[in-house]
Design a protein around this ligand. Structure first.
Ligand SMILES: Nc1ncnc2c1ncn2[C@@H]1O[C@H](COP(=O)(O)OP(=O)(O)O)[C@@H](O)[C@H]1O
Ligand SMILES: [Mg+2]
Length: 506
């Protein structure tokens, strides 16, 4: 291994009642790309906060280039060359790109007057170091998450970073943006800067990491060169469970003479056109395509969020007119949106209220008063049915982990008793244990006769769970794969990226 840059030994940390870290070690070489992986709650963020001097460890030591960080204070760790990019990125939304990149340096230099020329020069230089070109005067709030990340990385570079730590950097960006981020990490490496990439997503880890440190329940399970592991082994180490199942197979016996859903010539100017497909009872139909392929727009029209310009939608053989989500629900359609935090969940409301919100009317007594007992009973039933981990449904939704929040959103829609369930990115940002549970729930619903449409960025998720796949590009369906077991992941990716003839008109 390269010369050691960071060495953390026997780190322990207890919060009230929780042993977040139990005797954990972490070693990172100079310029190394290292991945820290573990399920939600395994202690990853706590460990990096200790390295960053945000928390003080109860015991253990940290050495940087052989010198012990005695005070374990933020300033000490920054001076030693450690820069942490937290999930919230800690940017100032109403300042410009240049100001955000240079702000830390400005604050440190203690100058009385801001030298604007220098601010821009610092920012330009930092961006150029990683080959990026973002307009310096743009306000940061108008930028995408991926661009904001690049700004946070550039800001780290102005502080003479030798190790950049990224906490769950990929949870809010698309797979294309992830590839771009990885190319930046490689550029950092060429400059001798190490990266600690914190994640719970297995597939990404293998694309980038040289070595992998695995945590589970605050304990170190091991350190592995990534060449010695594959996704399946790592999943097993991380969760202690075997998380493999057979691809979902459709039982043809469930097919009705009339399809559950039929979409004919659906079109919307500038978004999609010529959309034709059917969905049978018990099917899990995958729709996959790059961002901008029109996949989300099509399903939003079917549910009534933003109607189509022309074409027709039939539910169980009858044409329906869906002008808004209420119409969609009335026709037995449920929709789990891509962004659960802004669209699916009122995070300060209780878990229970989130679940029953769409069916509140059914708890009204004749007197028009709410039957609280009945409501509470329904809340508890759903919490139990979907194994939502909480002591009580009265706790706020934001007290839950991502995977459990997603189960709340699932419960909310299942409570409406839908016949057709559209799931857009059902497991984005969720750790693999929870992801597996959500896949099991979806499969069970299909087996019971629900028709399911699943959209995902992840080809593997679609291949594992869908019996049939539609590939979209440029607002059109460019390929139908009638039996998902007949195509490999790489072949599917080629179709999505249009690296192969699709047979569709251009
Ligand atoms: N400030 C805190 N106060 C109390 N408990 C905490 C605090 N931060 C983290 N924890 C707990 O410590 C454990 C590890 O959390 P964390 O390091 O955030 O895990 P990860 O980043 O791997 O998801 C969890 O059980 C979490 O609830
Ligand atoms: Mg974390």
């Amino acid at each position: 291994m390269a010369e050691v840059f960071l060495e953390a030994r026997n780190i322990s940390k207890t919060f009230v009642g929780v042993k977040a870290l139990d005797n954990v070690d972490l070693t990172i070489g100079k310029g190394e790309i290292h991945c820290l992986i573990g399920e939600n709650g395994s202690g990853k963020s706590t460990l990096i906060k200790i390295i960053g001097g945000v928390y003080k460890a109860d015991s253990g030591i940290i050495r940087i280039e052989g010198t012990e960080l005695r005070g374990m204070q933020a300033i000490e760790s920054i001076r030693a060359g450690i820069q942490i990019i937290y999930q919230d990125l800690s940017l100032f939304p109403n300042l410009t790109v240049a100001e955000n990149i240079s702000v830390n340096q400005m604050l440190e230099s203690n100058q009385q007057k801001v030298n604007w020329k220098q601010v821009r020069e610092t920012a330009r230089k930092a961006l150029a170091e990683i080959g990026e070109d973002i307009p310096l005067d743009e306000r940061v709030e108008s930028l995408s998450v991926a661009k904001k990340q690049i700004i946070a990385i550039s800001r780290a570079l102005t502080q003479n970073a030798k190790l950049i730590i990224m906490d769950e950097a990929t949870s809010a960006i698309t797979s294309e943006e992830v590839s771009h981020l990885f190319s930046i990490i490689l550029k950092l490496k060429q400059r001798g800067i190490a990266t600690l990439f914190v994640s719970h997503k297995l597939s990404e880890v293998f694309q980038i990491a040289e070595n992998i440190t695995v945590l589970r329940d605050g304990k170190l399970l091991g350190v592995y060169p990534s060449s010695e592991l594959d996704e399946e082994k790592l999943a097993y180490i991380m969760t202690g469970r075997m998380l493999k199942f057979e691809p979902y197979r459709y039982d043809e016996q469930m097919k009705d003479p009339v399809p559950l859903l039929e979409v004919k010539n659906l079109a919307k100017a500038g978004q999609y056109r010529n959309i034709n497909f059917q969905l049978q009872k018990g099917e899990i139909l995958g729709i996959i395509g790059l961002i901008g392929s029109g996949r989300t727009e099509v399903v939003e029209s079917i549910f009534g969020i933003d109607g189509a310009d022309s074409g027709s939608i039939m539910v169980s053989g009858k044409e329906v007119h869906i002008r808004n989500p209420r119409d969609g629900m009335r026709h037995g359609i449920a929709f789990l949106p891509e962004d659960r935090l802004t669209q699916g969940l009122f995070d300060v409301q209780s878990i229970g209220n989130n679940i029953v919100i769409t069916i509140l009317k059914s708890f009204l007594k004749k007197s028009r008063m709410l039957d609280v007992r009945k409501k509470k009973q329904a809340e508890s039933e759903w919490v139990e049915k979907l194994s939502i981990k909480t002591p009580t449904p009265a706790n706020p939704a934001n007290s839950l982990s991502g995977g459990n929040q997603q189960r709340v959103v699932l419960a909310k829609w299942l409570a409406t008793d839908p016949k057709i369930f559209i799931l857009d990115g059902p497991t984005i940002g969720i750790d693999i244990g929870s992801k597996h549970t959500i896949h099991e729930i979806i499969r069970d619903l299909a087996r019971q006769g629900m028709g399911i449409i699943m959209i995902s960025d992840e080809a593997q998720e679609i291949l594992d769970n869908c019996n049939r796949i539609l590939v979209m590009s440029g607002g059109r369906i460019i390929r139908e794969i009638k039996d998902s077991t007949t195509i490999s992941r790489d072949e599917l990716l080629d179709v999505i990226a249009k690296r192969v003839e699709t047979g569709a008109d251009a």
